[in-house]
Design a protein around this ligand. Structure first.
Ligand code: BV8
Ligand code: ZN
Length: 266
């Protein structure tokens, strides 16, 4: 299928679809300057990201894990939604039967006009930190909200255990408000998604900026595919893993989501 024909058949499918499921990942925020998981070869200071994003690593070495998350949070707080975020919000706004599953924890899509009732964050958020022991949690708007973040952003000296944020209620360590590997997804999200999917057939599933390697997010894509949904992938990298997901009449739009999503909107 040549590109012009792909665009036209996809536009027809999108127009004809009653229900659209959209799974987005780290690639959606790459144009905002935020790192993806694969982009850095899955490493940070030679540590495997998936090891860092785990409760075990946090309790074994909280300084390293907090330094990783603190650096990401400082970058995220300075980042802005990009054209892909805004185009996705407009697509969702114009489509009653649209649900976006957001794997990202940067809060950027939530800053757009995307209808909140059709947007589900399943992996938590960097912008909240919470107690490892009691129910205390707090929203972070700026690095100055947390002395540890300020220290990290000034890089005056390396951080030590005594610099890590602690709960003002029970003095235990605070942690990033994200869902780590081995942890349950954000409360309520799985049931909400399962209910939405079971209401009626999904006509089209769109995977934007995700390597489709993390579960159970990817399981929802697989489930709607089994019940007949067409698939469109928007990704800068046409990996075998992603191509294997496609049937002959599906779509792979190779390129930057910040270029492709606005064009779909046109
Ligand atoms: C759980 C928060 C169970 C932290 C994240 C089967 C079923 C259930 C679980 C599992 C299962 N098999 C394995 C598991 C375990 C595990 C898992 O999925 N492991 C993987 C490694 C195989 N899953 C879990 O542990 C989940 N929990 O299932 O709990 C349970 C049950 C009972 C009791 C207890 C537990 C929890 C998973 C959540 C992990 N947390 N994030 C943080 O952010 O630090 S996931 C993390 O990975 C991020 O959210 C990120 O989004 C995601 C990485 O995936 P992508 O978003 O796809 O990012 P990636 O970099 O890989 O890809 C980016 C893509 O964009 C690339 O393809 C690139 O080419 C493209 N791109 C780049 N730039 C652009 C672009 N595309 C377009 N435009 C661009 N400009
Ligand atoms: Zn506490």
């Amino acid at each position: 299928m040549d590109t012009r024909e792909a665009w036209s058949t996809f536009a027809d499918k999108l127009r004809a679809s009653q229900r659209v499921l959209c799974l987005v990942g780290a690639g959606l925020s790459a144009p905002s300057g935020l790192d993806t998981w694969r982009g850095s070869n899955g490493l940070w200071n030679d540590i495997n990201l998936r090891d860092l994003a785990s409760p075990n690593k946090f309790f074994e070495d909280p300084v390293t894990v907090w330094t990783f998350y603190g650096e990401r949070l400082v970058k995220t707080l300075a980042a802005q939604p990009n054209l892909a975020h805004h185009a996705l919000a407009a697509l969702a706004t114009g489509h009653e039967g649209w649900l976006t599953i957001n794997q990202n924890v940067d809060g950027l899509l939530e800053q757009t006009e995307h209808p909140m009732t059709r947007l589900l964050g399943i992996h938590g958020t960097l912008r909240t930190i919470r107690c490892t022991s009691c129910n205390y949690n707090t929203r972070i708007e700026s690095p100055s909200d947390v002395p540890f973040l300020l220290l990290l952003s000034t890089q005056l000296r390396s951080v030590t255990l005594s610099d890590l944020p602690r709960c003002p209620v029970c003095t235990k360590l605070l942690r990033p408000g994200v869902v780590w590997f081995g942890e349950m997804l954000a409360a309520g999200a799985p049931d909400t998604i399962d209910d939405w999917i079971s209401q009626d057939d999904v006509d089209l599933v769109i995977a934007v900026g995700t390597s489709l390697e993390v579960y159970p997010a990817t399981e929802w894509v697989e489930a709607v595919r089994e019940s007949g949904a067409s698939l469109a992938i928007i990704n800068t990298e046409k990996t075998d893993r992603l191509v294997d997901e496609l049937n002959d009449d599906d779509w792979f739009f190779e390129g930057d989501a910040a270029d492709i999503l606005p064009r779909i909107l046109d």
